[in-house]
Design a protein. Structure first.
Length: 240
């Protein structure tokens, strides 16, 4: 695990050497704040429903921006060859890079805490802290699943823009596969499985304040699957 920790530390520090990290955080905070206070001042709704309802769609663009450089930069600069010759397993590299992105995501979510504190201070009905905690847990699981998908998408190309677009496309497909606009036209025997496979459906379930083990297992399964696929993609480069 020390090797994973070393890679995590290296990758996490590298985020802050690039303007991408600051741009992503700034855009994310500005957008969530804009839509939250827009609802507050225009609609008069001092709640977090809009914020958490918008979060999966913000993640659709934010997460690929975080993962687009994970492998593309290594492939473009040729440092991937040096990395592969070091005494470290492929899965350790993948997990280290992945956990660094998850840690960055945690920081982004922590920076949104002033919003629920604002609601708690000005809302007459107060705030249900249990539901709030469930929402943040759901957001972390959703974002971590997106990161695993985005990391896999980025392992195929040395172009960061291509990695970004491919990440968006794959995550978008994962979102839409469970949406009503798709399931309503699917054969009856496929509707329920498709709905279950939708990335956002489980977040919506958790956001109600009930953390179901089935939702947790789903997100953990998505993470495991795409991390495994990323490891295989990295391994294949040794033989190419």
């Amino acid at each position: 695990m020390s090797k994973v920790a070393a890679i995590l530390n290296k990758e996490f520090r590298s985020y802050w050497y690039s303007p991408i990290a600051y741009i992503v955080i700034t855009v994310f905070i500005v957008l969530v704040s804009f839509f939250f206070f827009r609802g507050f001042y225009i609609i008069g709704d001092a709640s977090l429903r809009g914020f958490f309802g918008l979060l999966p769609w913000l993640f659709l663009f934010v997460v690929p921006a975080l993962t687009m450089r994970q492998w593309a930069e290594e492939l473009h600069s040729g440092t991937i060859e040096t990395l592969m010759t070091k005494p470290v397993m492929d899965w350790q590299i993948v997990i280290g890079k992945y956990l660094s992105a998850v840690l960055f995501l945690v920081i982004m979510l922590v920076l949104t805490l002033p919003l629920p504190l604002t609601v708690a201070g000005i809302s007459q009905s107060g705030i249900d802290w249990g539901v709030l905690l469930a929402n943040y847990i759901g957001a972390l699981l959703l974002g971590a699943a997106y990161l695993a998908i985005g990391g896999w998408a980025g392992s195929f190309t040395s172009n960061q823009i291509v990695a970004f677009i491919l990440g968006i496309v794959l995550i978008f497909v994962g979102i839409m596969i469970g949406e009503g606009i798709i399931t309503m036209f699917a054969p009856g025997f496929l509707a329920t499985p498709l709905q279950y496979l939708g990335l956002n459906q489980h977040f919506t379930s958790i956001a109600r304040g009930v953390i179901d083990t089935r939702d947790i297992i789903f997100y953990l399964s998505v993470m495991f699957l795409f991390l495994y696929l990323t490891v295989r993609a990295v391994e294949s480069r040794k033989w190419s």
